[in-house]
Design a protein around this ligand. Structure first.
Ligand code: CA2
Length: 147
């Protein structure tokens, strides 16, 4: 079985740590990548870390995960609330899926309360800041180590 976890990030998350720190915190996406990689490697797993502002690129990467990844941690950004296409791609993927939101989407505007991705996710994280990514990685490694 693959020992790789894909961590996928959707639109505007390249701005993490550069705008709106009151909502998303001060860490950059590069900081998140460094911490997730270190954690996964300490548990015997590898990480591929991606960000794209383009729905089709995210879908292509989920398709690639079908062959290359045992788990996906995904923060789909605003596509969470709009994208049946990302849900369809995740439904065609057999591994573990964890949905990760930095903010607590349920405490925010009503349009952020519904997620298409949650219908496929094995776990959902929201409101733990960027530490949520590491919690998802830890859970994925834990389940994969037992498999
Ligand atoms: O809380 C999350 O992680 C979100 O997935 C972030 C999305 C938002 O549309 C979701 O409702 C919740 C937005 C990502 C934008 O990220 C930025 C980060 C810093 C500055 C500006 C945007």
């Amino acid at each position: 079985m693959s020992k790789t976890i894909f961590i996928l990030n959707g639109p505007n998350l390249n701005l993490l740590g550069k705008r709106q720190p009151e909502i998303y915190g001060a860490d950059t996406l590069a900081d998140v990548e460094t911490r997730c990689r270190a954690l996964a490697e300490s548990l015997g797993f590898a990480v591929e870390f991606f960000q794209s502002n383009h729905e089709g690129v995210i879908i292509d990467t989920i398709h690639r995960a079908r062959e290359e990844a045992a788990a996906i941690v995904i923060n789909p950004g605003a596509f969470t609330h709009t994208s049946v296409a990302i849900l369809d791609a995740l439904n065609a993927y057999d591994g573990l899926v964890f949905e990760c939101h930095i903010s607590n989407v349920h405490k925010r505007e009503p349009f952020r309360h519904h997620s298409f991705v949650s219908a496929r996710a094995d776990g959902v994280m929201a409101g733990f800041g960027t530490e949520g990514y590491e919690l998802c990685v830890r859970r994925a490694c834990s389940l994969l180590s037992k498999a």
